[in-house]
Design a protein. Structure first.
Length: 231
């Protein structure tokens, strides 16, 4: 006789937490995420269905497989994973657990999810991030991104936090956790509708790019003057 687990019928989708790397499509028109463990080879959208990473035809989450989306119950447990070196540039996601799910002691394995909020940590220099820039690696058709501040973004392919939220769609909100030594610190939220924080961040990003272009033009001007004097 097979014992069955009790069926749950929640009135609202359960909430979970996980970490993932932000990704941008090769043509720059779509944004999503890629996991940090087993499912990392399969980037997913803000609202998406899980698929079996082994290519099996069963529907996730299968009882005898480990396929499906994964998340933990506790936000602190997900934040702890950001301390490891390989996960420092990942974002903290708050998700809604949709569809069928299997509950475990520390979290869920489930069939469908909606990413509600993505929180970016500080830039590698310690300052608050205002954009997500090319991280130097990716998946086929997708470029991985990493949080950067207005100074470090100069000359790098990037998208603002508000721009990433807009490309991802589905009402995603992107938050920037402040840099410095106070952890955790305040967060600035960015959604699809621009407000004062979004416009300030966009202005900082544009100013950083303008400064970089002006420095490049100055160098070209110096080289041109040197060539003219030698001629």
């Amino acid at each position: 006789m097979r014992l069955r687990l009790p069926a749950e019928r929640p009135t609202e989708p359960p909430t979970g937490y996980k970490i993932a790397h932000p990704v941008l499509s090769q043509d720059g028109t779509r944004a999503g995420f890629t996991g940090v463990s087993l499912g990392g080879a399969l980037p997913y959208a803000v609202l998406d269905d899980a698929s079996c990473v082994y290519g099996r035809r069963h529907r996730p989450p299968a009882r005898l497989c480990d396929c499906g989306f994964h998340c933990v119950h506790d936000r602190g447990a997900a934040e702890a994973m950001l301390c490891t070196a390989e996960h420092r540039t990942a974002l903290l996601l708050e998700v809604s657990v949709l569809g069928a799910y299997i509950r475990f002691e520390r979290g869920f394995r489930y069939a469908r999810q909606r990413v509600r909020t993505a929180t970016a940590g500080p830039c590698a220099c310690g300052a608050t991030a205002v954009a997500l820039a090319d991280a130097g690696w990716g998946r086929p058709g997708w470029r991985a991104l990493a949080p950067v501040c207005g100074d470090c973004v100069r000359g790098r392919a990037s998208v603002s936090l508000a721009g990433f939220a807009g490309l991802a769609g589905q009402g995603l909100r992107v938050a920037a956790r402040g840099g410095g030594t106070a952890l955790p610190s305040a967060e600035l939220a960015y959604g699809a509708e621009p407000g004062v924080p979004e416009l300030v961040a966009e202005a900082a990003l544009l100013q950083a790019r303008l400064d970089w272009f002006q420095s490049q033009l100055a160098r070209l001007g110096e080289r041109g003057n040197g060539s003219a004097e030698r001629g």
